[in-house]
Design a protein around this ligand. Sequence first.
Ligand code: FES
Length: 378
Amino acid sequence: MTTQIMTGSLPDTSPPPPVGLLAELTHRCPLRCPYCSNPLALAEQAAELTTADWARVFQEAADLGVLQLHLSGGEPAARHDLVALVRHAAQAGLYTNLITSGVMLDAARITELAEAGLDHVQLSVQDSEPNSADRIAGFPGGHARKLAFARLVTSAGLPFTLNAVVHRQNLDRLDEIVALALELGAKRLEVAHVQYYGWALLNRDHLLPTRAQLDTASDLVAHAQTLHRGRLTIDYVVPDYYATEPKPCMGGWGRQVMVVNPAGRVLPCHAAESLPGLVFDTVRDHSLAHIWTYSEAFLAYRGVAWMRGACQGCPKAEQDWGGCRCQAFALTGDANVTDPACRLSPDHHLLDVAVQRATAPIGNFTYRERAGTKKARG
Ligand code: FES
């Protein structure tokens, strides 16, 4: 598959600053989720930015106008300097959100993180049922550790969000996942259907829900949102494969978020490296402010000038910003075309084809593994 990147013209003025910075501190992670948002080619530890590099990046982000810092991975707790990184971010004035699997943090480290200025924790769970959760994560005993971690976070006085990525193999337990969020004292539950790039695309036949599952889940979420209002906020990210309109991915390409990967390359979205032909600047060579305004990768799909086909002149172009470039590429081999999630796309039928194909039995995931390690299946 090939694509031709259409590069936008240099801006006359700087765009409004990004709201958020997603810092992928490392790709190391003890979990092996088959829908991991990390790229198929995982960064080596030796390539990771240093503590001083990240501290500079956080200060540059704050100077640029970024408000929220999401510390992610891989598993960010795999970095021994996580407490120091949180302290640097807090000193820069950023709101810090730790996105974690929870399996590498004990009570002492949570206390240190809170004292360093951590504002919020986002904990992922793979299911409500322990055996299924551990099988999906490819990490025996992980679910029990996550529950213990959630209780420690609450004890430390940190607000937390429970994040549940849902798909065909856990969607029938969504009711129990909501109950788990309530039991653990989460203030927010994010129910996010898998987005199909990278590892998830490899496992799509095992993960895509049926229409019946989706309809039941959507009704359940609507009911739970009303029932638990004031106690638990439930966000719902719907799957594109049943959509008729595309989502404004990342709030629009190069509009709201910057992603810095472990090696320091700055991306408009976490999957952008799946698009061939884009050149990503690195924080080792340029400031975040320079990259936000001038990076070829950020200019490529910022705004509406790059649009063609059904997107060109569409009255919703400045609402959905052309949908998801990575999905357009994953499904068609061309990142410049209308996102097939749009019913006006000539490629819309590809979503139906994928749904019809998705009849693989439970299990048989291709787990996330570093290249060269043995592929495990479960
Ligand atoms: Fe890259 Fe949607 S994930 S644009």
